[in-house]
Design a protein around this ligand. Structure first.
Ligand SMILES: Nc1ncnc2c1ncn2[C@@H]1O[C@H](COP(=O)(O)OP(=O)(O)OP(=O)(O)O)[C@@H](O)[C@H]1O
Ligand SMILES: [Mg+2]
Length: 269
């Protein structure tokens, strides 16, 4: 595995070209501002950590970036293209992939079938293509199955491809979800607590695969409470509290920051 130092040797945030940017995002749920004037920028090829106490608004920010929630105010762009009003499908097509804090695979579908649900723009879904170009549809389906199998190999779930997803452990479900989103070839991967509830062996595998994806050029935004994982992967970390951007910096520095410690203690120092 690549030593963590290599992540720190990479260009700093200011040297990187911004890829995914959110500016002044607000999300109100009734009177609660779950995200409150939040700005964040993920650089090309960066692995950026996003931390903060429970209820800080991290997952809500992911929902806004992935298009499953519409912002009350603010804007989102990817490689200079405005995506603020784009729905989840267009965000996926624009290169944004996200995993969920609690993965919910299709329990009765096989592991392989679950991965295949991540394929984009399959001609087989277009009824006219099926009637007019059945050969092309069959070839695309074969290519998708081949790709899904190689992704299952990447996340070490190959031997379970024919099993129903319900038999997978929590950690295996996280790996399954990762392989599913990789079907759409995302440039940006949003990972919501990939280490939560995962056993130490599987955690090492997840860290290794995330490093591998970053080496392949993918930009990664990582929500994680496991600071050891954040420190090993990210050279920069953004801290959210109360829906806002509290501070950002190197993991070792923010972990010592008094405002951050206070936020984790609920403001009671
Ligand atoms: N759909 C919703 N409707 C109403 N309130 C919501 C909704 N989703 C989130 N919230 C509230 O918004 C706030 C932020 O929640 P969010 O899930 O984004 O936090 P988080 O930082 O991801 O926390 P955790 O670390 O526990 O996952 C919380 O107070 C939560 O109760
Ligand atoms: Mg969350």
């Amino acid at each position: 595995m690549q030593p963590a130092a290599s992540a720190r040797d990479k260009p700093t945030a200011s040297e990187r070209k911004p890829l995914l940017r959110a500016r002044g995002l607000v999300k109100a749920f009734g009177g609660l501002l779950a995200v409150n004037d939040m700005s964040i920028s993920l650089g090309q090829g960066e692995m950026l950590g996003l931390i903060g106490p429970n209820g800080a608004g991290k997952t809500t920010l992911f929902n806004l970036l992935a298009g499953s929630l519409k912002p009350t105010a603010g804007s989102i762009d990817m490689a200079g293209r405005d995506l603020t009003r784009a729905g989840p499908e267009r965000r996926i097509a624009s290169g944004i992939g996200r995993t969920f804090q609690i993965p919910r695979p299709f329990a009765e579908m096989t592991v392989l079938e679950n991965v295949l649900t991540g394929a984009q723009n399959q001609a087989g879904e277009r009824i006219w293509m099926n009637l007019l170009r059945p050969g092309r549809v069959a070839a695309e389906e074969r290519a998708s199955v081949e790709k899904a199998r190689s992704l299952l190999d990447f996340v070490t779930l190959s031997r379970l491809e024919g099993e129903p997803a319900r038999i997978l452990s929590g950690g295996q479900r996280k790996l399954l979800e990762l392989s599913r989103i990789l079907m759409a070839d995302p440039q940006v991967i949003l990972l919501d607590e990939p280490a939560a509830g995962v056993n130490p062996t599987l955690l090492e595998l997840i860290i290794d695969r995330v490093l591998d994806l970053n080496r392949q050029g993918k930009s990664i935004l990582l929500i994680e409470h496991n600071m050891e994982m954040v420190s090993r992967l990210c050279s920069r970390v953004v801290v959210m509290a109360g829906g806002r951007h509290l501070t950002e910096g190197k993991p070792s520095d923010v972990a010592r920051d008094k405002a951050v410690i206070d936020a984790y203690l609920g403001g009671v120092a």
